[in-house]
Structure formats: C-alpha cells, structure tokens
Write a protein that binds this ligand. Structure first.
Ligand SMILES: [Zn+2]
Length: 353
C-alpha cells in the first residue's frame, strides 16, 4: 500500500523548513528514499537529488523544500476539502505540494510496476531567498533535457512562457549627522533624496520594472539624518533593457554630489528566460490531454529555480506550471484536496510513457 498525497503533504508541512533551516526536511527525504531502495544524494547546500531507472527520455522534476516565515510549528487543518494552517503560520503549500507529489510518485515507483520515464528528481533549498540551492547544485548530474517545476500559485492549467532577469540593488547615502541645533556641522542626506528617487524612477519604462521597496535612515528625532539606505530591485524580460537599466543606475549613483557619498551595490540574482512558442504549444497539448481542460500560457514577473535551470535552454528546458495553491506567503495560504490530487495525476501523466 502506498500513502496518499494528502497524508504525505500534511506530514511534511509539519517538518519546519524555513529558508536556511532545511536540514531536517532534507534528512527526512534522504532517510525515506533510502528506505524505498533508492540511492539519494545530498550536497553541501542540503539539496537532495535522486535518479530513477525507467524507459525513454529522462525527465527532470524540481521542487524547493524551503518555505517563507512564519513557517515554524505549522499545524495543517483539513476541513471541507480545503487544507489550511491553523492561522498563525503559512501552510507551506509553496512548494510542499510539489514535494508531496514527488514523494508520492517515488513511493509508487518503488512499489508498483509503472511504465515511467527515468527521473532526475531534485529537491532544492533556499529558493525563497534567491534560488541559492539551485545555484549551488552541480547541474552536470542532470541527465534530462527537459523537466517541470510546479511553483506558480493559482488554478492548475497554466504554463509560464517567460520569467524576468532579476537584480537587487542597495544604495547607501553617506553624509554626516549632528544635533538638529548644529546644522552647520552636518551633511544631511535627506535633501538629495527627491532628485535621486526621481532619477531612478525615470529608469522604469515599458519592459523594465524598477522598485524601491525599502528606505532606512536616521536614528532619532532630534538628529540630522547622516546616513540612509535604499533597497530596490530591477526586473525585465529583455536582457539588453535589463543591462541598460543597471548601467544607468550606476551612472546615477556615481554622479558627483556636493558632499554626500553615494555608493551602490547591484547584484544580479538570476537570469531570465523565454521559452520557444512551438515547444510551449506541444506542452500545452500534452497537459490539456492529461488535465482534460484548456491550458493557458502566461508570463510572470516572478522568479523561481527555473531561472537557474533554464540558463542554457539547449541543455535543459524547464517548464513552470501552476500548482493549484492560493494566497501563498500569507497565513491564509491554502490548497484543496482536489487540487492536490489533480496535481498528482498531472505529474504522473507527464512521467508516464
Ligand atoms: Zn515557491
């Protein structure tokens, strides 16, 4: 007898695995897969990788085992066909619905005779903080040329056609603080802010998304602000527009100013990708025949481990599909039992010959 997906899912969301604290979850997978007779591997990033025998072209399956906070002490509640947390934490459906489905499949393959393709199944860590598990994984181990990631919220039946290039930037303004009464001794940083922000805002245009999400400065009310930081991000589907925005941001930050020192650090976190339309149409048909309903092709400004695996589409093409989860990254996150089972059938359909 194999376990059903709901049983597996509700068990693994109770294993805490916020980003950076995934070792218990990784060890759970390692122990389970060894017990099933597989030879799983774990690397220094706690990524767990397992390969199965099968017939036909190998297929890559990837899910991330880390979750966002509040993600400790999750208690899943199944009620009226909906699975939610008790309300104090997230549920962890992002991305443990996919983790549960892959476990379900691997348990089945170990016990039943299924005509499936060989699988390269990878469970990655630290996806939520910038895909660091995927970045650190040795991709030469992957045999497959194509694969799937189920890491997009919303109703089942969606394929992502593209995902943006992504960079984060941290700008620091350094002046000199002094008591409010001794203004002449200070170099205030606040005065140059409006112009600086306006210039950065002007970099936003069609195809380039720029956002300053956080500003941090000053210490106390009666002191002139001598230091300030801005945290922002740049996203674009277009590589040259993306690079141009980074370059222009650098120019803005390097402009000689009166006294305030401006420094900036831009870090490119992941490349973007755009899948070929003919390939997408083939996948769309395949998925429609399994789900028995129309499939939508959409683009998303969100990123996932697919950005890392799709760096060279000649070597590996990874399709990102929706996973049937809702309100991810909030304490209202949920998935229905029906969607969980349907996701299972979708993955099973994709790996079968
Ligand atoms: Zn996710």
């Amino acid at each position: 007898m194999t376990r059903n997906i709901v049983e597996i899912f509700t068990e693994i969301v109770q294993i805490d695995s916020p980003t950076g604290f995934e070792s218990e979850m990784a060890n759970y997978l390692l122990t389970l897969f060894k017990k099933l007779g597989y030879s799983p591997e774990i690397d220094e990033h706690n990524n767990v990788f397992i390969q199965t025998k099968g017939v036909g072209e190998p297929i890559f399956l990837n899910a991330h085992i880390d979750t966002v906070e509040p993600g400790r002490g999750i208690v899943p509640v199944v009620k009226d066909g909906i699975i939610k947390s008790r309300g104090e934490t997230i549920l962890g459906a992002d991305n443990k619905v996919a983790v549960a489905v892959f476990i379900w499949i691997l348990e089945m393959l170990a016990k039943e005779n299924i005509n499936a393709r060989p699988l390269d199944v990878l469970f990655t860590t630290s996806e939520e903080s910038g895909n660091y598990g995927a970045v650190g994984f040795d991709k030469t181990k992957i045999r497959a040329k194509e694969g799937y990631i189920f890491d997009k919220d919303g109703e089942l039946g969606e394929i992502l056609s593209a995902s943006p290039y992504y960079a984060r930037f941290d700008i620091q303004l350094q002046g000199k603080s002094a008591h409010a009464a001794r203004r002449s001794e200070s170099i205030p940083v606040i005065n140059i802010m409006p112009e600086l922000i306006q210039e950065i805002e002007l970099l936003r245009k069609k195809g380039v998304l720029i956002n300053i999400g956080r500003i941090d400065g000053g210490s106390v009310r009666n002191t002139i602000m001598g230091k300030l930081t801005l945290n922002g991000e740049i996203r674009s589907f277009n590589k040259s527009l993306f690079e141009e925005a980074i370059e222009k941001l650098e120019i803005i930050c390097n402009k000689p100013d009166l006294n305030v020192k401006i420094s900036n650090e831009t870090v490119i976190e992941n490349p973007g990708f755009e899948l070929d339309d003919r390939d997408l149409q083939v996948e769309k048909k395949k998925i429609e025949s399994i789900l028995g309903k129309p499939v939508r092709i959409t683009e998303s400004y969100g990123c996932s481990d697919a950005n890392i695996f799709n760096e060279d589409l000649e070597k590996l093409k990874v399709y990102v599909l929706s996973d049937g989860t809702y309100d991810n990254h909030t304490v209202d996150e949920y998935v229905s039992v029906e969607n969980l089972k349907e996701l299972g059938n979708l993955v099973l359909g994709l790996i079968k010959n």
